[in-house]
Design a protein around this ligand. Structure first.
Ligand code: DQA
Length: 146
């Protein structure tokens, strides 16, 4: 079981970026946390962060070549703007889960629309790092047919 975990713009600044919303732990801590969760769920994983929309599209398309069973994606601000990312998720037909550290529906109205989410089988939000853990466990159970 192989997971591709994608993180979008500004998530590299976790820890210093609006800590009252996103928490005090940094991006390296998130990567370590996500890798641990995948290992516990019996999944291999690759974890990437980019500030560029097209790079996220390329990585989603690239999942077709590398035997990825599920995509877990926090598209960050591109969640609310990118039809290209949503289309790429639909195009590859690999099950994807949307993740957010914050609860996007409890924030500004422009964060209430999620294009990416419409192309995902589930959304996990508002629980900080634990949103990723819930998504990983959900995908592992789904792939195991549970
Ligand atoms: C975010 C929520 C988005 O609205 C925001 O633009 C982000 C992070 C989250 O993880 O809570 O950059 O995706």
């Amino acid at each position: 079981m192989k997971f591709l975990i994608l993180n979008g713009p500004n998530l590299n600044l976790l820890g210093r970026r609006e800590p009252e919303i996103y928490g005090k732990r940094d991006y390296a801590a998130l990567v370590a946390f996500v890798k641990e969760c995948c290992a516990s769920a019996g999944a291999e994983c690759e974890v990437f962060q980019t500030n560029h929309e097209g790079v996220l599209v390329d990585m989603i398309q690239g999942a077709l070549e590398t035997g990825v069973d599920a995509i877990i994606i926090n598209p960050a601000a591109y969640t609310h703007t990118s039809i290209a990312i949503a289309d790429a998720l639909r195009a590859v037909e690999i099950p994807a889960a949307e993740v957010h550290l914050s609860d996007i529906n409890a924030r500004e109205s422009y964060r209430h629309i999620s294009y990416a989410g419409e192309a995902c089988v589930a959304t996990f939000k508002g629980k900080g790092f634990d949103s990723y853990r819930d998504a990983i466990e959900f995908m592992a159970a789904r792939l195991a047919g549970k």
